[in-house]
Design a protein around this ligand. Structure first.
Ligand SMILES: [Zn+2]
Length: 550
């Protein structure tokens, strides 16, 4: 498909390009002048018939040649789809090889962790970690295990291994236990702070204390904080001023420690740790029917606080719960957990892509609020604007462009009956919107979205012609494959979030439809941006393969 390329200028690579480039220029100049000249200038257009039979024949030929080309291309596409996918898989695997994942099976040796029904935590931690290593290596990652056998390893050594080998992420694997009550389920912890590890000289001295602390923490019902339970241990640690970094509990309370990371990097590490924890938690839950005890922040586990890279600690289940323990002892269930963690890690490094799109604006307040939120989150989106609104709020349209979002054309008037009366009516309306955007922003949009989508109840008679004409002129239209359904009346912010989640269906590429004119959309936007850790959000551009209704 021909695409107008501003960077290449007038598009002179083939004979077809120049008239289309000129067409774009004419669109910019104005509808009246454009439509008068178009019929004479361009083959294949509505005006071509008037120019004589030979032109019609030529146009027909061009069309059928294009159709033949399409059929050939489609067949080729099908046969090569599989091999292309395989090639992509290989390329991704090679990319994954850049990343080193540190896996830390908790406890080991004399430190067996918690236990239940004769099963010791350290064994299950190790078997899940070994399975996980296998899955990760199959995906191409490099893996560093802090222990490969039933050996004792201090927490400092675990952290030191990860830090010295410059692992990209650190994942610690543990089992939970609860003395009273009937706790079950999976939880994943990440730290809100980073503290540089203490001197190595203290390692031996505090390691005993640490494993006490960790056992106690493991024995905690999970809901409460470890602070109360470990207070006795803490005071031991506090009596040795140099050893205070050796204790998980003390680490969280260490008032002021020199940071190895800059503040920005530390904040980034926290955000990345949170994302990692949520992805792992989510993927493990999608493969098991375990209870969701959620990704939890403010972890004070030594290994999550002192590792210099994004890190988390997963408690994959409760050994104190007989049913869950039996599951955890089985190879099948361990495989599910390992596969889930592996998938979470894979999504961390290779997120899917979501293109947020906002139709119908810009409005003075709602669109501005949407822009504020996107700015705060550092996310760029796409706005398909209405010409009449651009004329009313040119400064908001300008802001869209200035803040790095993509601006596309929706329509000028959004009155379906007029818009879809004929292909000519559509293009006239489009021209007016194009002019408005150009005047307000100095930008020539290339992307557009049909009001109601490319195929709808109002445009059945004309959509094929419009698509042909617009494509010919170098414009690209995007429909959507997920939606907040925020144009539907009587939904609240919660419904919109649920709709977004439900319709995204975990697809690899999502074009999400939203409306920046709707107040509820503004209300739910921060949570919307937060609820898809598996996606990287990007603005659309002309290089993105369009999502189009068929
Ligand atoms: Zn609309």
């Amino acid at each position: 498909m021909w695409i107008w390329d501003r960077r290449r200028g007038q598009g002179s690579e083939s004979g077809c390009d120049s008239p289309k480039g000129l067409m774009r220029l004419l669109l910019k100049l104005g509808a009246g002048l454009g439509s008068a000249i178009l019929g004479l200038l361009f083959w294949g257009g509505a005006g071509a018939a008037a120019a004589g039979e030979s032109v019609v024949a030529e146009a027909m030929e061009t069309v059928s040649a294009a159709a033949r080309e399409n059929v050939a291309a489609e067949a080729e596409e099908e046969t090569s789809a599989a091999s292309r996918e395989a090639a992509q898989e290989e390329a991704k695997k090679a990319e994954a090889g850049r990343f080193l994942v540190a896996l830390d099976p908790g406890h080991g040796g004399e430190d067996e962790g918690c236990s239940g029904g004769g099963t010791e935590e350290k064994e299950i931690n190790l078997s899940i970690a070994l399975l996980l290593r296998q899955y990760l290596e199959e995906k191409g990652y490099r893996v560093l295990l802090t222990r490969e056998g039933d050996t004792f390893l201090s927490l400092e050594e675990r952290v030191r291994l990860a830090n010295e080998n410059r692992a990209d992420i650190f994942v610690s694997i543990h089992q939970n236990s609860c003395e009273e009550g009937k706790a079950q389920g999976v939880e994943t912890w990440y730290a809100g702070i980073y503290v540089e590890p203490g001197g190595e000289a203290d390692a031996g001295e505090v390691s005993g204390v640490e494993s006490d602390v960790e056992s106690d923490t493991d024995a905690d019902s999970g809901g409460g904080t470890a602070a109360g339970e470990v207070s006795g241990t803490e005071s031991d640690v506090e009596s040795d001023a140099d050893a205070d970094l050796g204790s998980e509990a003390a680490a969280s309370q260490a008032p002021c420690v020199e940071l190895d990371l800059t503040a920005a990097l530390a904040a980034d590490r926290t955000a990345s740790s949170r994302r990692l924890a949520r992805l792992i938690q989510g993927q493990v839950l999608s493969r098991t029917d375990a209870e969701d005890r959620e990704a939890q922040g403010a972890s004070d586990y030594y290994v999550t606080v002192h590792t210099a890279m994004p890190s988390c600690l997963i408690e994959t289940g409760f050994l104190s719960d007989e049913k869950e323990r039996q599951a955890l002892e089985s190879h099948d269930y361990q495989e599910k957990i390992a596969a889930g963690i592996a998938e979470g890690i894979d999504l961390y490094f290779f997120p899917k892509t979501m293109y947020l799109t906002f139709d119908d604006g810009p409005t003075r307040e709602n669109s501005a609020a949407v822009l504020d939120i996107l700015k705060e989150w550092g996310i760029r989106a796409t706005f398909f604007v209405v010409g009449e609104n651009v004329r009313k709020n040119p400064e908001v349209a300008k802001r869209i462009v200035d803040e790095g979002h993509t601006i596309g054309i929706h329509c000028n008037s959004h009155r379906y009956e007029e818009l879809y009366e004929s292909a000519e009516a559509f293009e006239k309306d489009f021209q007016a919107a194009f002019d408005a955007v150009y005047e307000a922003t100095g930008t020539e949009p290339v992307l557009f979205r049909f009001p109601g989508g490319s195929i709808n109840a109002y445009n059945k008679e004309v959509y094929e012609e419009i698509i042909r004409d617009m494509t010919e002129k170098g414009f690209i239209y995007f429909d959507w494959n997920a939606s907040l359904e925020d144009a539907v009346k009587h939904s609240g912010p919660e419904d919109l979030l649920a709709n977004a989640r439900k319709t995204a269906l975990g697809r690899k590429r999502v074009v999400m439809l939203a409306h920046d004119t709707i107040y509820d959309t503004v209300l739910c936007l921060p949570e919307l941006l937060d609820q898809f850790p598996e996606y990287r959000m990007e603005p659309l551009d002309e290089k993105v393969t369009p999502i189009q209704f068929k």
